[in-house]
Write a protein that binds this ligand. Structure first.
Ligand code: DX5
Ligand code: ZN
Length: 215
C-alpha cells in the first residue's frame, strides 16, 4: 500500500472550496484533510460542521477531520453528522482522551489522536486499542506553510515501534514537501497531510504536486 496523501484545504481558495475539493479528488488525493480551528486551542479560526456538510457532495473520498478545538467532545456528533469519516482530536485539547476516542467510535467513525510537537508519544500509549490513526504534528498547529520540525522524524520511528502490528495509521501534518516526504515514508508514515505543497500553481498543477509527494 503506498502512502496516502491528504491535501489540507486550509491552503485552498476558500471562496471556491467545492471546486477545490473536486480538483484535488480528481488529481489523485486519497483523503481530504479538514483543519478545524477555534481561535482558542490554536491562534487561528477556520470553519465548522456546515462547511464540511456542504463539501460532502463534492467528493466520495475519506473526510479526514482534524479538530483543533478545545473542548472537543460537545462537537463530535455535529462533525460526524456533517460527513467526517475519521475524526482526530488533540490529546492536549481533551481532558479525557480515552472518553473522546470512545465517543468518536460510538458515532460509527474512525478515531484519531493528534500530538503537538512537544507532546510525548507516551500520552497515547494506553489508548492504542481505541485508535485508528495517530497524527504526529510536524509543525505547531494553527497555520499552513510552516517549516517541518526535524525532531519529529524520530517520533515517527518510535510511533512505528510502539504500535507494533496494530492496524493504526501514522499520519504527519505540517511542512510536508517532496524533500521531507521521502524521509517521512522511510521513517514509517502511512499518510501525509499537505497544504501548501499541493495547492500551489493552480488546479492544473495539483496532480503533479501530489505525485511529487509520493516520490
Ligand atoms: C496546521 C494544519 C495543517 C496545515 C498544513 O495546523 O493542521 O494541516 O494545513 O499546511 P502545510 O502543508 O502548508 O504545512
Ligand atoms: Zn491538519
Amino acid at each position: 500500500m503506498s502512502v496516502r496523501i491528504a491535501p489540507s484545504i486550509l491552503s485552498a481558495d476558500f471562496a471556491d472550496l467545492g471546486r477545490e475539493v473536486r480538483a484535488v479528488d480528481e488529481a489523485g488525493a486519497d483523503w481530504i484533510h479538514l483543519d478545524v480551528m477555534d481561535g482558542h486551542f490554536v491562534p487561528n479560526i477556520t470553519f465548522g460542521p456546515p462547511v464540511v456538510a456542504a463539501l460532502r457532495k463534492h467528493s466520495q473520498k475519506l473526510f479526514d477531520c482534524h479538530l483543533m478545538i478545545e473542548p472537543c467532545d460537545a462537537y463530535l456528533e455535529a462533525f460526524a453528522k456533517a460527513g467526517c469519516d475519521l475524526i482526530t482530536v488533540h490529546a492536549e485539547a481533551t481532558r479525557h482522551l480515552d472518553r473522546s476516542l470512545q465517543a468518536i467510535r460510538g458515532l460509527g467513525k474512525k478515531a484519531g489522536a493528534a500530538l503537538n510537537p512537544s507532546t510525548p508519544l507516551e500520552t497515547i500509549e494506553y489508548a492504542l486499542d481505541r485508535l485508528d490513526l495517530i497524527l504526529i504534528m510536524t509543525v505547531n498547529p494553527g497555520f499552513g506553510g510552516q517549516a517541518f520540525i526535524p525532531a519529529m522524524l524520530e517520533k515517527v520511528r518510535r510511533a512505528r515501534r510502539l504500535i507494533g502490528d496494530r492496524p493504526i495509521e501514522i499520519e504527519v501534518d505540517g511542512g510536508v514537501t517532496p524533500e521531507t516526504a521521502g524521509k517521512l515514508i522511510e521513517a514509517g508514515v502511512t499518510a501525509m497531510v499537505a497544504g501548501s505543497a499541493v495547492f500551489k500553481g493552480g488546479a492544473a498543477a495539483y496532480s503533479g504536486n501530489i505525485a511529487a509527494l509520493r516520490g
